[in-house]
Design a protein around this ligand. Structure first.
Ligand SMILES: *Cc1c(COP(=O)(O)O)cnc(C)c1O
Length: 364
């Protein structure tokens, strides 16, 4: 069986260290907002090269609280993509604002930055690009539009821990960067978790209050708040794993290059890595008009695959009511053709060639 992700192998590779660290937390008697959370937040900030990390309960909450901290609310519009995980857009709606969908670049699968300008209205408050699959969106043009129109930029970096755009780590380029630590992400907890990162001290303070019932001091509630915290056990898991993140990214990149080499004569569309960027291959996504045959054949050979994502967000039930004449031809076409192949740090050459042999068998 070739698994899409292999969290058991990941655990085995660092189990001794993890168990030791978790036992320490259990012995400590402090389980929420203690030293472990502080230490992880510090370590993650240092890794990214940013001033502040505010850990929260999930990537979804990171996005939602990021929007809230900027005061985005009813009547506001947020420009984003439809080719993403539903949660990106749910967060905008949950904050009360209206998502404005724009199409994607057919090579990077990220926001088509040439389409942003025509979608800016006097209600637009923010641009929310998604660094999908681990490849950065084209931030330079996004930042130009931000400055020109005085907009906020919130990065959905939930699939892009460690990814780089030019000289900066993804998540540190906009006003706020949002991460998920869902177990299958490149940096995952053993439960739910997320974080918002920023260089802005005021936003950091506001987010620290928002995640903790709106309290600025104990029992002083200056905002309508929420309960959205990372717990000490998850923080300990994440701090232990963070040390290995770059190594794991390297292994993903190596596996991706083996795939791309073995598939080079297949006629399939394989992932690109733009010169300005470091792709961290959260997912290795190919495109083919024979997607269904490939998926079925791989399943027969005990190779797990997935489609990220089969139905664009604007065509999902809750969103069909949102007004807008969305013209998203690339998004809609791509959703019919994409297929995510297994890519994780514990795959070896044999696993990968098993997958590609099976693909070549279908295509010949
Ligand atoms: C995983 C993910 C989220 C949501 O994160 P959760 O921690 O599962 O809430 C949001 N956006 C993208 C692009 C994701 O991949």
């Amino acid at each position: 069986m070739v698994l899409l992700v292999d969290l058991q192998k990941e655990y085995e590779s660092i189990s001794e260290e993890l168990n030791y660290n978790l036992q320490k937390v259990l012995n400590s008697g402090v389980y929420v907002l203690g030293r472990e959370v502080e230490k992880f937040e510090g370590a993650f900030s240092k890794y990214l090269g940013i001033n502040h990390t505010i850990s929260v309960n999930s990537g979804s909450d990171a996005l939602f609280l990021a929007l809230k901290s900027l005061g985005i609310d009813k009547g506001d519009e947020v420009i984003t993509v439809s080719h993403t995980f539903n949660s990106t857009v749910d967060s905008i709606v949950r904050a009360g604002a209206k998502p404005v969908f724009i199409d994607i670049n057919p090579e990077t699968y990220c926001m088509d930055v040439d389409k942003i300008h025509e979608n800016i209205s006097d209600k637009t408050r923010a641009i929310l690009p998604v660094h999908l699959y681990g490849h950065p969106a084209d931030m330079e043009q996004i930042l130009e539009l931000k400055n020109e129109h005085q907009l906020y930029v919130i990065e959905d970096a939930c699939q892009a821990h460690g990814s780089v755009y030019k000289n900066d780590k993804i998540g540190t380029i906009g006003d706020l960067g949002c991460f998920s630590f869902y177990p299958t992400k490149n940096l995952g907890a053993y439960g739910d978790g997320g974080a918002i990162v920023t260089n802005d001290k005021e936003l950091m303070e506001k987010l620290t209050w928002l995640r903790n019932y709106g309290q600025s001091q104990k029992y002083h509630h200056d905002f309508l708040g929420f309960n959205s915290r990372l717990d000490e056990l998850q923080a300990s898991v994440l701090r232990t794993k963070l040390k290995y993140l770059d190594h794991w990214i390297e292994m993903r990149r190596k596996n991706a290059s083996i795939y791309t080499e073995l598939l080079q004569d297949s006629g399939l569309t394989t992932p690109v890595e733009r010169p300005f960027s470091l792709h961290v291959y959260h997912l290795y996504v190919i495109r083919s008009h024979m997607r269904e045959q490939l998926k079925n054949e791989l399943e027969k050979h005990h190779v797990q695959t997935q489609i990220h994502y089969p139905i664009p967000v604007h065509l999902q039930k809750p969103y069909t009511q949102i007004q807008g004449n969305w013209e998203l031809p690339v998004t809609e076409k791509v959703s019919q053709e994409i297929l995510s192949l297994p890519i994780h740090p514990w795959m070896n050459y044999e696993d990968i060639s098993k997958v590609t042999d099976c693909i070549m068998g279908v295509l010949k």
